[in-house]
Design a protein around this ligand. Sequence first.
Ligand code: ATP
Ligand code: MG
Length: 357
Amino acid sequence: MKTYKIACIPGDGIGKEVVPAGQKVLEALAASTKAFAFEFENFDWGGDYHRQHGVMMPENGLDALRNKDAILFGSAGDPHIPDHITLWGLRLKICQGFDQYANVRPTRILPGIDAPLKRCTPAQLDWVIVRENSEGEYSGVGGRAHQGHPIEVATDVSMMTRAGVERIMRYAFRLAQLRPRKLLTVVTKSNAQRHAMVMWDEIALQISKEFPDVSWDKELVDACTARMVNRPATLDTIVATNLHADILSDLAAALAGSLGIAPTGNIDPERRYPSMFEPIHGSAFDIMGKGLANPVGTFWSCVMLLEHLGENAAAQQLMQAIEQITANAALHTRDLGGTATTAQVTQAICERIAATA
Ligand code: ATP
Ligand code: MG
């Protein structure tokens, strides 16, 4: 029987509640299918680690993760540590260190979820946003000069490489090809940004020739936000730069009903390194330790983790259990207008999994 080595990094805030919940659910699945097993290793990296050691994770931390089959991540964020330190010191360090260049974010309105777009049925909103996760606006290139003086200048350079754009475009076209509608929207801003975004468009056209069965169109990022609200059914797979996709996927999560539900995978498609799966929400210190955290985003991330491992039957079983949970209003957490606790939702889903064995 195959045993998968999974690294669990709960991180900060409600990450410490939802990651153990995800671990329980994965264990329940392994027990139910008897087809595979998990060997979990927990890493206490994050804000508390920073207070003790002055860094979010050890210098050689990536080495401890390198031989894992996947990483389940919670969130990095601490009210007492600047955001750029928590982000670059842990999450981005792993994303960049393991070249997880494709950030994949499915969005659907799950059964029983009261989504804000009343004109939109679940069948009309079924998207996957592919976010370029290694360069672009978040490449870290730039600087400040004459700090504090009237002549101060500061730049953030959106750096794109041909190789970086080609690989994310190819990933997005391939993903679109695997989905029933074979439909890809390439998000751009080449009307205003005349260098990197123009190359982005050119490469989209070039890669599209490799996928003649995929229909694709180009949309300006501003127009895309309106289209997501007004004509959601015209979208399916969406590829966008690091910053654009960051913004679009928060909008997508909100349109689907709650930030607490949305999952994501930081994927190295070439499988040279472990990929990392996490809910898209942050540390949410305002609700920490109260049992209010919705664990569904983490459970859906576990579905993506299982798909990545090739355990498609187990992934489907978990997704079905999630949909049965969301369909039952008595199992909604507070963000969905309910009163269920993290522990109750976790318990219910584990029972459902055991029942479908
Ligand atoms: P960070 O700084 O790490 O991004 P944050 O405090 O900005 O964290 P987010 O996680 O981005 O918080 O979420 C914003 C708000 O949405 C939270 O304050 C919380 O009330 C709510 N929220 C987020 N995730 C969940 C969840 N899983 N369950 C319930 N509510 C959530
Ligand atoms: Mg936040």
